[in-house]
Design a protein around this ligand. Structure first.
Ligand code: ZN
Ligand code: ZN
Length: 294
């Protein structure tokens, strides 16, 4: 008797043949809680344990934050262009909630000082720092304030992105989120039914995922001179995808093998790979407000 494929195998094969959706918009009700869980899970026995737990507290505070004030309607392509977005009441409210929400959390002294400074700042100073963070996703100089401000803006942009119509979105440019124009934080090989084995780039600000062919630089779009570097002896779920054209790398994560992986949390937890990459000619090209200076 000839073995027949099971229903699951048949469905999986069908899934691989379907055109993957261009974008997957974030679900704010789940995103931050899952990220908080992931930060805490990867913190166990990790050299960076206290820092990862602190970032878990930030993600939990993000998940607790209430709906910001009324948003303007999204217009144009990209609909939430970060460089053109105004620093409105929702951004200010989110930053103030972040400051209040993190007051009791344990954190490194530099972060505590930054939180105190932000809390003591006038609304116009808070507006300036929000503007600077929107204009420059990865400032050359690491500022402790940046993490809190970027986390507050993430909650605003994730909620706004979640309300868009995914079918209306179009590619903007290589290395740019089609919703808010941010650079990617990492790329994921996903295991979802309708897109199994395909690759998505993850936005550092609004957490939109956008489909992007494999073996192509996530930043400059080059398809030549792409290679992968990992850490010898680790499970190999995260590799640096390097590009000979722009000499940068972005991590590629096998989320299809570890569904709990979160691009932001796993990027921080795999800092050892960034340290290793410093011995190569490639520079980190990803944007992660919790890994400034690397
Ligand atoms: Zn985005
Ligand atoms: Zn490149």
């Amino acid at each position: 008797m000839t073995p027949r494929p099971t229903v699951t195998e048949a469905t999986a094969a069908l899934g691989e043949m379907l055109a993957p959706p261009f974008v997957r918009l974030p679900d704010p009700a789940l995103l931050f809680d899952r990220r908080a869980e992931r930060f805490r899970a990867v913190a166990v026995g990790h050299e960076l344990g206290p820092y990862l737990r602190f970032l878990g507290d930030i993600a939990e505070a993000q998940g607790r934050m209430v709906e910001p004030l009324a948003d303007r309607d999204a217009v144009g392509i990209p609909p939430l262009d970060r460089t053109r977005a105004s620093v409105d009441g929702a951004c200010i409210a989110a930053l103030q909630q972040m400051i209040t929400g993190m007051r009791e959390a344990a954190m490194p002294p530099a972060a505590r000082d930054a939180l105190t400074r932000l809390g003591g700042a006038s609304e116009s100073e808070q507006r300036d720092v929000l503007r600077a963070t929107l204009d420059e996703p990865t400032p050359a100089e690491a500022r402790a304030e940046h993490g809190f401000v970027a986390a507050a803006l993430q909650t605003v942009f994730v909620r706004r992105a979640s309300r868009l119509d995914a079918k209306q979105l179009l590619p903007v440019a290589d290395g740019m989120c089609p919703v808010c124009t941010s650079p990617p934080v990492a790329s994921l090989v996903v295991g979802w039914e309708s897109a199994r084995g395909t690759r998505y780039l993850a936005c550092a600000l609004c957490s939109t995922l956008w489909n992007y062919v494999r073996i192509k630089c996530s930043l400059c779009g080059s398809t030549g001179g792409i290679a992968y570097q990992g850490i010898d002896g680790d499970p190999g779920l995260i590799k640096a995808e390097t590009c000979d054209s722009c000499h940068r790398y972005v991590k590629l994560m096998q989320q299809n093998q570890e569904p709990a992986m979160d691009p932001v949390a796993d990027d921080v937890a795999s800092l050892a790979l960034d340290l290793l990459m410093r011995q190569t000619p490639f520079f980190r090209g990803a944007s992660n407000p919790f890994l400034l200076g690397y």
